[in-house]
Design a binder for this molecule. Structure first.
Ligand SMILES: [Zn+2]
Length: 68
């Protein structure tokens, strides 16, 4: 299965696609991509805000992956 970065965060204009054998793997690949390429999104946030944003992103990605 796969998930496109622009489906996770519309407006970023990123055409990266995460691939994996199952939802957990695609999720892990996408989170690694976000940390590597889109870390600027987290700039200026407190550790508490970052932790909350990561939780929301986890739920969002797993929600998208469970639609099929
Ligand atoms: Zn991206």
């Amino acid at each position: 299965m796969q998930l496109q970065c622009s489906d996770v965060v519309p407006g970023l204009g990123c055409d990266y696609v995460a691939h994996g054998d199952d939802a957990a793997e695609v999720h892990a690949v996408m989170m690694a991509h976000g940390a590597e390429v889109h870390s600027a999104l987290m700039e200026g946030k407190t550790s508490e805000e970052m932790s909350r944003a990561k939780d929301e992103m986890d739920d969002h990605i797993l929600g998208l992956l469970s639609q099929d």
